[in-house]
Design a protein around this ligand. Sequence first.
Ligand code: ADP
Length: 672
Amino acid sequence: MLFRSYITPLLVCCIFILTGCYSPEDKEGHPEYFQVYYDKYDSSKNEDKEAALELLNNAFRSFPNPGLIDWFEKFDRDRDVAYYVKTNYIKAMSVSDSMLLLTEDKKEREAYASYHVRALFYKGDCYYKLKRYNEAFYYYSRAKQMAMQFMKDKCSLVEYDSYNGYLFFTQARYDLAASYFYNDCIQQMQCPQDNYNRFVIIQRNLDNIGICYYRLGRFDSADHYYNKALDYISQNESRFPQQHYFARLAKAVVYGNKAQMLEDMRKYSEAESMYIKSAEVTGLTDKAYTSSTQVSLAGLYIKMNKLNQADSLLTIVKALLDTLPNENAMLRWYRLKTELLVKTQQRDIAFDVLQAYNKLKDSVDIRDRKFAAMDINREFESMEQKALNAALQKDNQVKNMYLVIAVTVLMMVVAIVLLVWYNLRRSSRHVKELNRKNEDLQNAFNSLEQSHRENSHILRIMAHDLKNPISAMRNLVYSLLRKEQPAQQREILELVQDTCGTSLNLINDLLNDRRQLSSTRKELVDMARLLESCVELQQAKADEKNQQLYLVAEPAEIMLNTQKIWRVISNIISNAIKFSPPGTEIKISLQKRTSSVLLCVQDQGIGIPDEFKDKIFSAPEKVMRLGTFGEKSYGLGLSISKKIVEEHRGKIWFDSVDGKGSSFYVELPSLN
Ligand code: ADP
């Protein structure tokens, strides 16, 4: 358990560190760069394979960005060294894990299915070698299921049958195993023969059939298939010249098997020469296999009573087995050594060796018994089912995830649509309400404008209607005054005449106000001339009060509405006359400035008290005072004047000291 949970991942990590962190973005391979190293490796004999692998690793280190297929091919050879050369199945398994990790992503697993399947088989092989058959079943089943689902090349699937053959063979069900090897052979023969892997599989299957028949005691059939295997190798090895070492090894394996059979048939001398033939060939390429053959030969020597040869051979083999452990060969070695020691009367040592044999045999037996009790066929089906279920479950998980995402998105869409719909309804309600309010406002504004127009109209009619009778009255009084009148009556008539005049002025003001204020027409006017004419008109009033009007004006042409500005000037000058006592001076000046003209009317009149100062433009009715000769005030002039000046983008203001006099200023822009 510990071994499974910690060692394997640890080794995977080590492999990752040794091979560097790889996350190939480039998926394809670069055979133009690496093929030469692959060929070099593939054509090396077993003992040179590590050096060839080192060359490949160096090439990898100097290549900037190897692709996924490059990594796969390299790992394939890493695994080959671990599995065949070093028989280190733990390391071979961790390399297989790295290969599986390369195609971990679902998309890549499907696109590079043949690689993924190969890695699954490799992992199954490792478990098989470690006699962990449950796991071996699992990985073989996954490989088959994956291959059937995604691999287009059905020829690569037939290999699966030979894996079944191995498992039945391990269970000593040789007839069944032979039929699987045979089926696989027939199917492989129907597939293209230019594939080196296929060459390896076919010769191996033929040899395996031979072994099965041998184990069944059918020596003729066994011999037939051994010879078939040797013929097949001889006929096809020339097609794979680079793998000639393999062909020699394969032949050696068959020789070894034949030798074993000959030995059982008691044809000892033929068996001896066959063992020697086998060991000679494999001695060059595969020391592990050689040790196994030599153990068998030693056994034969004991049977032939060639005890000295047997002893020296066993000593040589022991040294080999110490460096390259091989469980089966070791068991056989212990057995033979015991037998030899007994035959040579060394019973004490024989007992120790036998004990070592028993210890190893017990542990192997316990493990193998467990396996033998299993019904492989049923186990296979259930494993396949499990693998299929796992795939389906994963598929379902993915589908469920998509479903949840789809439902969530749908709910969000519905929520958004509802929100938009609700807001649309609310805003359309608001728009309607606003429209209604707007209509109300518009109506109110219209009726206000209407009532204003009506008021103005009535006011003008009244002013107009009042003007005629008052004029008539004034004319009548005027004609009466031209006649002789008693002094008292004359006084009354003059008073009536004055009142009529003032009333007419007021009416004219009202009429002018409406007419003139609405006019916006402007013209280029010399302010000095305008000022002069105003002063002239006001001169009579000033004379009546014995006041002096002084005018100092520079010519200054500006754009203005003559009527309106005339009213402003007249109003200010007439106020100065009205609110100044007789005999005082009124100074009127017009000054040109950079971008404006400044009018100033300065009097020595009654001045404006502080409490009135902020009201005379805005609320003149509260500050209306009588003039120094009792002239009436109407509180209109200054507010109208302010409006007119502001219309001309100018300013109006005053300085005043109560009881001492006032100065009124009007500044108008000259660039209008
Ligand atoms: P009216 O001239 O018809 O009275 P105005 O709007 O011209 O109306 O003036 C408003 C008030 O401002 C006046 O009643 C007066 O109290 C004050 N006023 C204006 N001009 C002068 C001035 N030169 N001297 C003192 N008081 C003034």
